[in-house]
Design a binder for this molecule. Sequence first.
Ligand SMILES: [Zn+2]
Length: 326
Amino acid sequence: MSSLVRSRNNTFSALEIERDADWRSDTETINRRLHAVAARFLLLRADGRALVDAAGHRLRGLDHARFACFGGSEEATTYLGNTQGHDWFVWRADDAACASIAARIGGDFVDLRSAGLTLAADDAGLFAYARAIVNWQERTRHCSVCGSRVRHESAGHRAVCTNPQCAAEHFPRTDPAMIVVVAHGGACLLGRQASWPKGRYSALAGFVEPGETLEAAVQREVYEEAGVRVVDCDYHSSQPWPFPSSIMLGFTARADDPTIKLGPELEDARWFTARQLVDGVASGELLMPSPLSVSYRLVEHWLREAAGIELDSVTHDDPLRRAVRG
Ligand SMILES: [Zn+2]
């Protein structure tokens, strides 16, 4: 399986969209598309929740007639791209407008983490994309060069400094974070933070620092958190993680020496054999990371490779996921 397929299997990662970056700055084209029958508006409430259908499986995209009828502002829309046969725009409305729209046309507002478990995979990806760009817009109100206000252009994808002496341009940023399951002698290394629910263990993770390769970040983080030296690592898959602006880069890795020396970030780190992992999960003493996360996918990958066992068949830790599966 290639990383292309592995990434698509991650939550928020299945979106196939034509972003049309070449004409996002063309306001005439954007306006024409905005008024066309193919336009759809992804409604985001101030708290970041999106409107979904009553069953919770699809985003409830509104057409331009409804957008206009409920007082949508064309100047404030952000263009996401064309997918599912529609041109998708983000429409951020205040709480009163959102309540009135939901009351009139039905549906509920859900947060992105819940949506990752319940929405169709492509809609979850579209929602994550919308949140990522809105998060950037909300955090980019002033120029980081001179401190003046910025103006958002290019259908929401560029911020331009309003100080004519500066006129710096700013673009949406994504912060790379690595996450890794290290293997040694038939066991995998997982850690836990003190603030997590009792029994939850997860892959080790951290932000990539300036001047660092992804592989060096994997080695540094594993050593800082668990005192274990990684000798090999390979890229597994990636996942947009707009909480608020990351991309998770999943790795598998190998260590020669299993000695653990805990750093200050973790409360515990341990090697788990496949037997210990399966028994721990089955008894409820060990909780796996959320199935939303790349961490879950990395443990799943390791368990499949090490013991031919599917993690889905042994996890029972998430009531929402269980409910969804019926
Ligand atoms: Zn400036």
